[in-house]
Design a protein around this ligand. Structure first.
Ligand code: ADP
Ligand code: MG
Ligand code: MG
Length: 252
C-alpha cells in the first residue's frame, strides 16, 4: 500500500522582509499505484511542495497535513520520512564532495532498510542499474554530483530511485535540462519503478514533454501556491496547446 494524502497544506519561508506564504492550501491524494503530474509555471511553489513533504527545515508548515498510509509525515524527521518510504529527486541535486556514488548508495540503502544490503547481490544490483541508466561503470567511483552533467545528475537520481525502492517518489523537474536520449533513459527508469506493485509517483514538471513518455493518471495545474485545476491526461494536452495563461488570469 502507498497512499500519500496532502490536505490543505500551507507553507511559509522566512525572508528578509518577514514571513512569505508560498503554499496556500494544497490538497492532493495519490492513491496506491498512481502517477500524478503537477504542472505549473516557474515560481508557483512546486519545489516548495516537494521540499515540504521531504522535510526541508527552511519550509515552515503553518497548516494542513501530509500522511503516508495514514502516518503523519510532518511529525517525522527527514530520516524517518525516507525510512517510511518517501523519496525526493531534487530539481538541483546537491554535490557531496569526497563521497563516491557507490558509498552514497550503499549508505542510503543501509539507512533505509536498517541493515546493510548483502554485498554480492548489491554489487550486481548496482551494476545492473548503472547499465540501464546508461552510466559508465566508473561512474560509481565519482563524487556525488560533483562535475556531473545535467543528464548525469538526473540519471543518478533515478538510479537511486531504482535501488532505494521507496513507496512514493517525488520527482522535481527530473526532465529539465535533458536531451532527448537522456529523457528517454530517465523516463524508462521511472516507468520501470511504476511497474512495481503499488508505487506512487508525484511528477513535478514545467514542460509537457516528459508526459509523452510517462503517462500520468492525473494532472494538476499548480498556480500561485495551490492546485488551480485537476484532470486526466487531457489536461496536459490542453497546457501543451495553450500554456498556463488561462490559469494565471484566473488566479489574479
Ligand atoms: P517552482 O518550483 O514552482 O518554480 P518554488 O517553490 O521554487 O517554485 O518557489 C515558489 C516561490 O517561493 C518563489 O517566489 C520563490 O522565490 C519563493 N521561495 C522558494 N523558496 C524560498 C526560500 N527558501 N526563501 C525565499 N523565497 C523562497
Ligand atoms: Mg522553478
Ligand atoms: Mg522548482
Amino acid at each position: 500500500m502507498s497512499t500519500l494524502e496532502i490536505k490543505d497544506l500551507q507553507v511559509q519561508v522566512q525572508t528578509e522582509d518577514g514571513p512569505k506564504e508560498i503554499l496556500k492550501g494544497v490538497t492532493l491524494t495519490i492513491r496506491d499505484g498512481e502517477t500524478h503530474a503537477i504542472m505549473g509555471p516557474n515560481g508557483s511553489g512546486k519545489s516548495t511542495l516537494a521540499y515540504s513533504i521531504a522535510g526541508h527545515p527552511r519550509y515552515e508548515i503553518t497548516g494542513g497535513s501530509v500522511t503516508l498510509d495514514g502516518e503523519d509525515v510532518l511529525a517525522m524527521s527527514v530520516d524517518e520520512r525516507a525510512r517510511a518510504g518517501l523519496f525526493l529527486a531534487m530539481q538541483y541535486p546537491v554535490e557531496v564532495p569526497g563521497v563516491s556514488v557507490a558509498n552514497f548508495l550503499r549508505t542510503a540503502k543501509t539507512a533505509i532498510d536498517g541493515e546493510a544490503p548483502k554485498l554480492r547481490t548489491w554489487v550486481k544490483d548496482v551494476n545492473g542499474v548503472m547499465e540501464r541508466m546508461n552510466l559508465d561503470a566508473s561512474f560509481s567511483q565519482r563524487s556525488v554530483n560533483e562535475g556531473f552533467s545535467g543528464g548525469e545528475k538526473k540519471r543518478h537520481e533515478i538510479a537511486q530511485l531504482d535501488l532505494l525502492d521507496p513507496k512514493v517518489a517525488i520527482l522535481d523537474e527530473t526532465d529539465s535540462g535533458l536531451d532527448i536520449d537522456a529523457l528517454k533513459v530517465v523516463s524508462e527508469g521511472v516507468n520501470r519503478f511504476r511497474e512495481r506493485e503499488g508505487k506512487g509517483v508525484l511528477l513535478i514538471t514545467h514542460y509537457t514533454r516528459i508526459l509523452r513518455y510517462i503517462k500520468p493518471d492525473r494532472v494538476h495545474v499548480f498556480v500561485a501556491g495551490k492546485v488551480a485545476e485537476s484532470g486526466g491526461p487531457e489536461l496536459a494536452e490542453e497546457l501543451e496547446a495553450n500554456g498556463y495563461e488561462r490559469f494565471l488570469t484566473a488566479a489574479v
